[in-house]
Design a protein around this ligand. Structure first.
Ligand SMILES: NC(=O)C1=CN([C@@H]2O[C@H](COP(=O)(O)OP(=O)(O)OC[C@H]3O[C@@H](n4cnc5c(N)ncnc54)[C@H](O)[C@@H]3O)[C@@H](O)[C@H]2O)C=CC1
Ligand SMILES: O=CC(=O)O
Length: 354
């Protein structure tokens, strides 16, 4: 007999928030894809197994089954699917325009704010490490050479340096506060200036001014068709010689080939990277350069943050099936949510929508 509970598709797995998921499964019928690849998944979308699915919970790694949520995939998903809760802040795996173009639209949520502390902490670690040039000595020490031979170049203090934030959202603002404790001053560029309250004293500058004035440039903007390679050869040329760059956003916002050349020429002194253009592959020119601090996409990789992210994502699924609205719709679809005064009020108070 068919269940009367709304059907929810789990794409990926729940690693931490088991109690929240169990509680959801008391009110929803959970189904999981049987397919192991995109071709089979697209066929499975036509079967009774996925028929009538109303909401989905998806993880980054579920891309191994479905591939990118591009126009083809989005249009192959069951017509009943009204909501997808993505378990992450960055949702560049999903073509939001294709989701919005469906009739009715497929509404997507992400996980903002829960990621801010852990990702900003990662950025601060990379900023300090790249400014001080610690990677050179860390590598040398493991190679049996005390402080390297010859002595490594002296590093730089953060005190008095200008931090330039490209994409002053949740993570950028969190990082700014932490960097102020190290004596840095902040300038930022967004498509529009923030309110004075959200800017917290950071100065709004044009994109070119940000490039020209930053001692440390931090990339904190989403990856999409407008931001892919927003930093490339021409932009490196507009920066101060010896600039330090940190990227915890997405690898492809920066052109890695151009970055390798800018490091080799000395235009860029050092970089700290948590993200890469073709993860898990890393450009050999970055691997081979000791002035590059590398992390394998560890921004949110803490127990506390992973629990909070999963709980937030599950809350999106629950709210979708219980109220027909999402807790944190992606900004591109915020207007689809505008009828919900409660949810919109929450987004404003979180600084997600103005
Ligand atoms: N390394 C990691 O583990 C993590 C990486 N991320 C990445 O960090 C990104 C930022 O995350 P949040 O701060 O939570 O996002 P957010 O949405 O709070 O902030 C992004 C900011 O970028 C601005 N922006 C968008 N397009 C822009 C453009 N063309 N030029 C300048 N500014 C622009 C937005 O207005 C917003 O202020 C995510 O999209 C994600 O890709 C997020 C979490 C963890
Ligand atoms: O990269 C991590 C995210 O949540 O986005």
């Amino acid at each position: 007999m068919a269940s009367s509970k709304p059907k929810v598709l789990l794409l990926g797995k729940i690693d931490f928030a088991h109690d929240d998921w169990k509680s959801l499964s008391d009110t929803a019928e959970i189904v999981q894809a049987k397919s192991k690849n995109r071709k089979d998944f697209i066929e499975e979308c036509k079967t009774d197994h996925l028929n009538n699915v109303v909401a989905a919970y998806r993880t980054f790694t579920s891309i191994d089954i479905t591939g990118m949520w591009d126009e083809e995939l989005v249009n192959a998903l069951p017509k009943s699917l009204g909501f997808c809760a993505h378990m992450g802040a960055g949702y560049d795996q999903i073509d939001i325009s294709a989701c919005s173009a469906r009739d009715p639209p497929l509404r997507i949520s992400n996980v903002p704010t829960a990621v801010d502390d852990a990702t900003a902490d990662t950025a601060v670690f990379l900023i300090l490490g790249a400014l001080r040039g610690f990677n050179v000595s860390m590598l040398a020490l493991r190679d049996g050479k005390w402080r390297g031979q010859p002595m490594p170049p002296l590093g730089h203090d953060p005190e008095g340096k200008v931090l330039g934030v490209l994409g002053m959202g949740g993570i950028g603002r969190n990082m700014k506060k932490k960097c102020e404790a190290f004596g840095m001053t902040t300038i930022y560029h967004n498509r529009n200036p923030l309110s004075d309250e959200l800017a917290g004293g950071a100065k709004y500058v044009s994109f070119d001014e940000l490039l020209a004035q930053s001692d440390v440039l931090s990339l904190n903007l989403p990856l999409n068709k407008n931001t892919r390679h927003i930093i490339s050869t021409a932009e490196f040329g507009k920066m101060k010689k010896g600039v330090v760059i940190v990227n915890t956003a997405r690898g492809a916002v920066m052109d890695e080939d151009a970055l390798v050349k800018a490091l080799e020429s000395g235009q860029v002194l050092s970089v700290g990277l948590d993200v890469f253009e073709n993860e898990p592959k890393v450009h050999p020119g970055l691997i081979d350069n000791p002035h590059v601090m590398l992390l394998p996409h560890m921004g949110t990789y803490t127990i506390e943050t992973m629990i909070a992210m999963e709980q937030w994502c599950i809350a999106n699924v629950r709210m979708a099936i219980e109220t027909g609205k999402l807790k944190s719709p992606v900004p591109e679809q915020a207007e689809l949510q505008s009828k919900s005064a409660t949810a919109a009020g929450e987004l404003v108070s979180l600084g997600i929508i103005a």
